[in-house]
Design a binder for this molecule. Sequence first.
Ligand code: ADP
Length: 189
Amino acid sequence: MIEMMNVTKKYNKGITAINNLSIQIKDGEFVYVVGPSGAGKSTFIKMMYREEKATKGRIRVGKYDLMKIKDRQIPYLRRYVGVVFQDFKLLQHKTVYENVAYAMEVIEKSPREIKRRVILIADEPTGNLDPETSMEIMDILERINEQGTTIVMATHNSQIVNEKKHRVIAIENGQIVRDQEQGEYGYED
Ligand code: ADP
């Protein structure tokens, strides 16, 4: 379970990236995070693995209270929450594959109970990939999800969101403006 309660994230210079946001994501869900550029999607996602710390509110990820977690516990959190980064775009296919492959390996090696609780965070995993490769990545992510892993995926890829239906959370100005089961992308390309 990922739970955020009244979470606000302010950066220096007074930018409020996330504004009093609350959400629950249950174990085993597949969630797309959509919204315009600058809406707060990356910040939302980064707070789930403590890459960014919330300014206010409460965040629980599995057994971890991310507002109270000590720095030395963060590596344990990161074993539980796998991350596929968009920033590896330059080495594109290979690196995305490698990341996903690694995630699958971790899942397969772990005991059954852990397996069911692992969370995979993906920020634009299909970023610069061609449609065919993007769909392959999606197939892999869906297979991982079918094994019980929770997937939270930020994306601008409307084709994927509209074809491979899952819960859609839309973020604008740091707040959730839409939360739909089997949702649509809902923005112009
Ligand atoms: P998105 O992923 O939807 O494009 P971000 O979470 O990256 O949105 O950004 C939300 C807002 O926070 C934007 O106004 C962005 O400029 C700002 N922001 C993001 N990261 C930082 C940072 N490290 N320092 C200051 N401002 C930031």
